[in-house]
Design a protein around this ligand. Structure first.
Ligand code: EPZ
Length: 422
């Protein structure tokens, strides 16, 4: 097992190219199960979670090749509609195969995702939606069985809560349903818009993606396509936090600034200077961050996936900030670790009261989930002395060679074997 060691206190300067988005690549790969054919994806990020989704497709009979950032998926022979426990337990997004398999084969069996470090994260709204489209859902031995022997039929579905993968799963199932499906209170994330664009390119008839009402006219013939994965807005936001906390200058190329407006505005509030182009963004951090209050909410509000990284910056601000996490009930695991670095953070229910301190000091810290690990890296970049971030396997799930990218812009950072992983 590896750890990442950072010697903090260096101002970052330079250009970083943003990778393709994990949360766009995963549903796009799952969507290949909708029809037979050879799909070609470019700008695919080199991540653990992408490898897990590829392994899942292979278990089902797909032939998958990955060369650099290009992944080809041949789904001529999908014979096995089951997502096994050993894969699902490592990645909840495996549940995204349910919708496409139901649409194509009328049957699907997946291991029910268990608990997660950041929250309970049930998939009840996904299953409720499939039932409304006419699927029979049963649960046995930890597996969800979804069956629609007579096919699916279009329906009006209202989501009790805004759910990203729930919207994606139902959108893919509805493509294979007879008639029209309307998804109300749907998620509006850029990854949803991207998936709808891909499905329409395959032959579907979807309108309204990006709004809270999506209409899908199902039953159209689908074909394989070539498509490039959109940039990762969370990776871009993470590097903005790195620039803000080190008072540095970063040019982020290959990103889409229109996808991260809520994040950009918050960093401006913290005193950063930001200029943007169509596919680039430049950020200059101020001498010391200013405080800012943040509340996470579904897109286009401030994303929960940037909460921890923003907290790291606010932990050294010249004042107090209040952060409210409204999406996940247990997404403050990084707080205890930041306190070990000298941060002053008080938790009360959904709120974190962050009193900025003059400086952080390096320490041994433990990553608990993907974005928490990124926030500890960001904190380590500003801390005096060395920070050892352990259990970085969390990081590799969603960040492509982050230490190499940060070293290129001046960070003293390295990946080392963790001799004492416990
Ligand atoms: C997606 O997860 C992202 N993952 C998450 O990113 C992200 O944090 C989240 O959306 C919110 O933006 C992928 O896209 C692969 P939700 P998802 O369903 O779809 C509750 C990262 O760091 N809910 O929108 O699983 C749920 O518990 C990851 O890259 C139900 O109660 O999140 C949560 O409180 C972490 N029942 C809220 O809704 C359901 O059936 C929103 O979750 C579904 C969700």
């Amino acid at each position: 097992m590896d750890k990442i060691v950072i010697e903090g206190g260096r101002r970052l300067e330079g250009e970083i190219r943003i990778a393709g988005a994990k949360n766009a690549a995963l549903p796009a790969l799952a969507a290949t199960l909708l029809c037979p054919g050879k799909f070609v994806f470019s700008n695919v990020p080199d991540l653990k979670d992408v490898d897990t989704m590829i392994a899942l497709l292979k278990v089902m009979g797909a032939v998958v090749k990955k060369e650099g950032g290009v992944v080809t998926v041949n789904t001529e022979n999908i014979a096995h509609a089951e997502a096994p426990y050993d894969l699902v337990r490592t990645m909840r997004a495996s549940c995204l195969v349910l919708g496409p398999l139901l649409a194509r084969l009328g049957t699907s069996r997946i291991s029910l995702p268990g608990g997660c470090a950041i929250g309970e994260r049930p998939i009840n709204l996904h299953l409720k939606g499939f039932q409304m489209l006419g699927a029979e859902i049963t649960l046995e031995e930890g597996y969800v069985n979804a069956n629609a022997p007579d096919g699916l039929s279009g329906q009006k579905i209202y989501f009790d809560l805004v759910t990203v993968t729930g919207t994606e799963n139902l959108m893919m199932a509805a493509v294979g349903a007879k008639g029209t499906t309307v998804l109300e209170n749907a998620a509006r994330e850029p990854e949803i818009v991207f998936l709808a664009e891909m499905l329409n390119k395959m032959g579907a008839d979807i309108s309204g993606a990006g709004t809270d009402k999506i209409v899908i006219n199902g039953g159209r013939e689908m074909r394989a396509v070539e498509i490039s994965i959109i940039p990762d807005r969370v990776e871009a936001g993470t590097f903005m936090a790195a620039a803000a906390i080190t008072g540095g200058f970063l040019r982020l190329s290959g990103c889409d600034p229109s996808h991260i407006e809520a994040v950009t505005l918050k960093f401006v509030e913290m005193g950063c200077k930001i200029t943007e182009g169509k596919d680039w963004l430049e950020i200059t951090g101020g001498k010391r961050p200013h405080p800012a209050d943040i509340e996470t909410n579904p897109y286009p509000s401030f994303p929960t996936d940037m909460q921890a990284q923003a907290m790291a910056v606010l932990s050294v601000a010249d004042g107090a900030s209040v952060i409210t996490e409204s999406i996940f009930e247990n997404r403050y695991m990084h707080v205890a670790e930041m306190r070990r670095m000298g941060a002053k953070i008080l938790l009360k229910g959904k709120n974190a009261f962050v009193q900025g301190v003059d400086s952080l000091s390096g320490a041994q810290v433990m990553a608990t989930d993907l974005r928490a690990s990124a926030s500890l890296i960001v904190a380590g970049l500003a801390a005096s002395g060395k920070t050892h971030v352990r259990r970085v396997y969390h990081l590799d799930r969603g960040y492509e060679h982050i230490e190499d990218k940060l070293r290129k812009v001046g960070a003293i950072i390295s990946r080392q074997p963790d001799k004492n992983p416990k």
